[in-house]
Design a binder for this molecule. Structure first.
Ligand code: SF4
Length: 309
């Protein structure tokens, strides 16, 4: 059956959009391409789908995040990375007997080969289970690092295999063991443990910088997998109970220039993708807190108020 299709690609795959569109058109479909920034399957182009009256959304590059009431086809993108780099990682893991292995959806099909490689070199390899947004054992997402945190106690060190620092950084911050990143595209092998301290200090700095804040902007995203109005409302009530002001700010993708223009706010609180309050703090002039960091700020404030009485 011929359909009107809306195609959605993450940034790294947008370069192939025309090629895919022309192929589907040649099969007789009508095709529209989403040009919005795309961060994951938490971020389906459902509004665009409604506006262009598409029969189906084809989302490339990610596996399903959670069920949505729409006709969505997921086309995950597998990458066959060269595994010869593993040989060079052996000196780095020489002193560790039990290794926790994690990767992204792009390399999940290579996980068994990587596991076998380390086992053949005398290692015991543990592969954990995700919390739920990621679907495969050993897979991590920026917001689901269960495959790492769930086995933290069992292993001596972690090995992440894959591109970039985004995914391993989230896992690093929720684990305690040495964390090796084996990056086949940049051909690099490095421990990233130093970031634990850097991000802990950054978080402490944001909390301290918010202690005098009186007006909070609470960011609630309309993205299908990030929308959390209940959390936003709960945080607003909690702030107001302490005699402070809060407002819920809604957007699909938050634009940091627009937030910087909202100068009445002394601090912002993120309820959208949890990585925003970790990775994007430098893009705002005011502190950008996670929900947990806000709770810390409020409890410091209430302690300080008690001591003044
Ligand atoms: S880390 Fe953020 S962008 Fe990535 S899947 Fe999770 S919510 Fe979406």
């Amino acid at each position: 059956m011929l359909m009107r299709l809306l195609l959605q690609f993450p940034e790294g795959l947008k370069q192939y959009a025309l090629e895919y569109a022309k192929k589907l058109e040649s099969e007789g479909n009508e095709v529209v391409i989403s040009a919005s920034p795309t961060f994951g399957a938490c971020d389906l182009a459902l509004d665009e789908m409604r506006h262009v009256k598409a029969d189906k959304l084809i989302h490339y590059g990610h596996a399903e995040f959670h069920h949505v009431d729409a006709n969505v086809e997921y086309v995950p993108f597998s990458l066959d990375a060269d595994l010869s780099i593993l040989e060079r990682s052996l000196p780095s893991v020489a002193q560790y007997k039990k290794i926790g292995l994690v990767t992204t959806i792009q390399h999940i099909h290579q996980l068994d080969d990587i596991k076998r490689f380390y086992e053949e070199h005398g290692k015991e390899v543990v592969i954990g289970k995700p919390h739920g947004f990621a679907k495969q054992n050993g897979q991590i997402l920026g917001c689901d690092i269960g495959s790492a945190s769930g086995i933290d106690r069992q292993v001596d060190a972690f090995v992440y295999f894959g591109g970039g620092i985004f995914h391993p950084l989230g896992a690093l911050l929720q684990t305690t063991k040495p964390f090796l990143v084996v990056e086949p595209f940049r051909n690099s092998i490095e421990f990233i443990d130093k970031y634990r301290d850097i991000y802990k200090k950054r978080s402490r700095g944001k909390v301290l910088a918010s202690l005098d804040a009186k007006r909070f902007g609470i960011m609630v995203s309309t993205k299908n997998g990030q929308h959390n109005m209940a959390l936003g409302t709960m945080l607003k009530n909690r702030i107001e109970k302490q005699g402070l002001q809060a407002a819920i700010l809604v957007a699909n993708t938050f634009d940091f220039d627009a937030l910087n223009n909202m100068m009445e706010f002394d601090a912002f609180v993120n309820t959208a993708c949890p990585r925003i309050a970790i990775d994007d703090t430098d893009r705002l002039r005011k502190p950008l807190l996670s929900a947990n960091e806000l709770v810390e700020v409020l409890s410091f404030k209430s302690e300080a108020a008690k001591q003044q009485v």
